[in-house]
Design a protein around this ligand. Structure first.
Ligand SMILES: C[S@@+](CC[C@H](N)C(=O)[O-])C[C@H]1O[C@@H](n2cnc3c(N)ncnc32)[C@H](O)[C@@H]1O
Length: 218
């Protein structure tokens, strides 16, 4: 299991603020996930997943664009989860369930649930050579994605790191479980596919970095 090396709290977030999330009806953990799963199976709606939702910007946008779909989202960054909770309350959203578990923890409890779309926007690039093993997307991760998707499910990945782009291409092509539908750095296509310009997207744009979008289909 890949441990989590990132930040769980920003400097501005107090540790006790995270208790706000624990009893929140749209927040889940590894133990109560089975209750949410039961509800989802009954509802028969399309279920999507965002891994590493950050502040929840894309998640909110997607949930408003597809109101009949359900969106599950995971990110151990609690400060982002607290921001997301506020937005869910302000906008009265009811089709998002989120958690601070890592993908490895989530994968252990997800069982036979399948996702229609999986969004992974700006996964941490870990640019130093000695840290590359920390990257989320590798061959084992692709194998796991195949277990939680069905035929025609799509994986949308965005990164502004060239070396990670190559690792993503290699990891998917070696496993041969998904076909590459699209690889582009054209921002108009990002708009066409309704990928929200998140904080990391805007930062990459300001720094004139090339942003790659990969769409894989099972
Ligand atoms: C660079 S940020 C991108 C955030 C957001 N997607 C965006 O575009 O603004 C990467 C996010 O992935 C989260 N993350 C890192 N490892 C993760 C894991 N194993 N499972 C789920 N989320 C993870 C981090 O906590 C962080 O919030």
């Amino acid at each position: 299991m890949l441990p989590f090396y990132g930040r769980r709290l920003s400097r501005k977030t107090k540790r006790f603020d995270s208790f706000d999330l624990e009893n929140y009806k749209f927040f889940f953990n590894e133990i109560n996930f089975s209750d949410i799963k039961k509800k989802l199976v009954k509802r028969c709606q399309n279920v999507n997943l965002e891994i590493g939702f950050g502040k929840g910007e894309n998640l909110i946008f997607q949930s408003q664009t597809k109101k009949k779909d359900i969106f599950l989202a995971i990110d151990p960054f609690i400060s982002g989860g607290l921001k997301l909770k506020k937005k869910i309350e302000t906008l009265k959203i009811s089709n998002i369930f989120f958690s601070n578990v890592t993908f490895s923890q989530f994968f252990k409890v997800v069982g036979d649930l399948n996702f229609k779309k999986i969004f992974i926007l700006f996964p941490d690039p870990w640019p130093k050579k000695r840290h590359k093993k920390r990257r989320l997307i590798n061959e084992e991760f692709v194998k796991n994605l195949a277990k939680i998707t069905l035929k025609y499910s799509e994986i949308l990945v965005v990164t502004d790191d060239e070396d990670y782009s190559n690792q993503i291409l290699k990891s998917f092509s070696k496993q041969n479980l998904f076909k590459l539908l699209l690889k582009t750095s054209d921002s108009q296509i990002f708009e066409y596919y309704k990928i929200y310009p998140t904080t990391y997207y805007r930062k990459a744009k300001r720094e004139n970095r090339i942003i790659n979008l990969f769409i894989y289909q099972k």
